[in-house]
Write a protein of this length. Sequence first.
Length: 355
Amino acid sequence: MSKKYNIAVVPGDGTGPEVIAEGIKVLETVADKCSFGLNFIYYNLGGEHYKATGEILPDKTLEALAASDAIYLGAIGHPDVKPGILEKGILLALRFHFDQYVNLRPVRLYEGVDTPLKDKGPEHIDFVVVRENTEGLYAGAGGCLKRGTPDEVAIQESINTRKGVERCIRYAFDYCRKRSKRKKLTLCGKTNVLTFAFDLWERAFREVAKEYPDIQADYAHVDAICMWMVKNPEWFDVIVTDNMFGDIITDLAAMIQGGMGIAAGANINPHGVSMFEPIGGSAPKYTGMGIINPIAAISAAQLMLETLGEDRAASLIEKGVMKVLREDIKDVAAGKMGFSTKEVGDLIAEYIRKN
Ligand code: IPM
Ligand code: MN
């Protein structure tokens, strides 16, 4: 065994445990094949645990997670728990605590997958969104006055620090260079209205761009990006944006690549503990049925291995995913795959074993 990694696993809520089980199956297969070790340590966090114990994210869990090489997360969100409690208390708390300042979300149409964009194929839909992941409207700055009265006031402010913005932009330029595709980085902003926040973003972007003469530095407003993502997705290579816009445009992007069932993301701290997750939620209505697509979770495992530097293993997972999408499953949507959750995991593991 060359290397051994400690992976903290948080299966979470709803369909999270089902898709994570398939991801673990694929990870074990690929680790075996590529001769490295994986030690999985499970953490029980999420809605059920909160309901049973009142605990959200105990300090001792945070300490244990800090000692891991990466965190592999299923989904957080429970229909019986008021929206915001688990999302802010666990998911956002982990992103912030570990300073995972980049949320990396690749968008790629694989062969065999239908996109609602008629006439667009795998050659047109292949870009990556770098979403700032610790600031902006998500910072929790603001408050309310006279709540519940006719005079109530609510303020929620977007926090943009030069340091936070610049490190994310720099990551995006580096990533674009390393990816070496169209060598174009688009800043997604709203400089025509949000003249304070995106003034800072644009100045930081233009200054950092000078260090990357090989990368075309491009700018577009967020609303226009939504339009072009549908009309001309081939214009994009890497997009960098703030937390809120990144959240919104990556749901749109997940749809044009085929759906939430195959959309994966990475919460990255390049110098610390990163966390990998399917982008979709806990899908309560599909929980326990064995019909949810595990590919998003399996592709999140691929992103995890890429980040750990296990490139051969990551590429084997991607090839397995591509083969299964091209040749086996009928549709990426839950219940329409023609296979169960477990069977899709088996098919990808089998491909890895044989290749
Ligand atoms: C995402 C999700 C989260 C977000 C929610 C669950 C807090 O939508 O990962 O995109 O808004 O970041
Ligand atoms: Mn989202």
